[in-house]
Write a protein that binds this ligand. Sequence first.
Ligand code: DOR
Ligand code: ZN
Length: 346
Amino acid sequence: MTSKLTIRRPDDWHLHLRDGAVLNAVLPDSAAYFGRALIMPNLIPPVVSAADARAYRDRIMAALPADADFAPQMTLYLTEGTDPEDVAAAAADGLIAAVKLYPAGATTNSDSGVRDFDRVRAVLERMADIGLPLCVHGEVTDPDVDIFDREAVFIDRVLDPLRRATPGLRVVMEHITTSDGVAYAKAGGDDLAATITTHHLIINRNHILAGGIRPHYYCLPVAKRETHRLDLLEAATSGNPTFFLGTDSAPHVDALKEAACGCAGCYTAPVTMPLLAEVFEAAGALDQLESFTSLHGAGFYGVPPSEATLTFTKGAPVDLPRRVPSDAGPITIFDPGFPVHWSVTP
Ligand code: DOR
Ligand code: ZN
């Protein structure tokens, strides 16, 4: 029985760090386990320009613990007013690693996102020229489409036409949640990748809705039925370099989650690595944990895998942290609902 495991230090290719009090509270958790993280730009107001990204990166660096080995990879929030030259200059400076596409209204703070894709065509073409990835929140916002179908419909109506119209554009399907997403990502070429979250490997929609409504399992895209989770698990543990970790760890203070209209987001950063060890071991794929968390994403983004390591130890069930305090209020940490035997020494 494996009881110790050492892997290269992982990267989180989809992370919400927020700002101010919440940034200060959550940053140490990601910095403890991850060497790099792709930082989502959906602040209020959003990170839309190179100047915004530089200022946000400075705030993150100022909030980092002194001894941290953590490099934030910044993104810009794509709007219908985004200037292709600003994007190209930010990429050339090494300031940004990707641009994020939110269909307007799809999720938290997405109101400034894209409604008319013709209006962002010039930016997408420039990104294809320079090889800068587009990270896509893949859900349609049409209120007539059932929320459980929004990812599959997005692939047909938006993503596939967009990729055909912009040959060479490198695309990351963010936080895929369906068998349809897995199949589409597998069929794409080297220009297409997909991130998978920790929580979508663990929960299905019953966890949110059966036996009482559990707001801390509500996120977007919402977890689907069990067959989809099993396909995500197969993809994550398969060794296919198309798939890699993006936790989508998305902290909201409890008052905003436990409400009549609660915010979407699961806060997984403090427990993600022990949970993934448990999940991969249960799937008989502990040997693929490193490729999913530390190699495939670096390969897609064209950065070297970390030279540092993270060591896991297996023993008696561990007491997972439940909550992180912040000056804005407590933030509940994702509870997997099963015992976890792996602990991690950063
Ligand atoms: O659950 C989510 N929370 N999904 C997103 O796409 C956004 C995120 C957030 O910012 O809270
Ligand atoms: Zn996200």
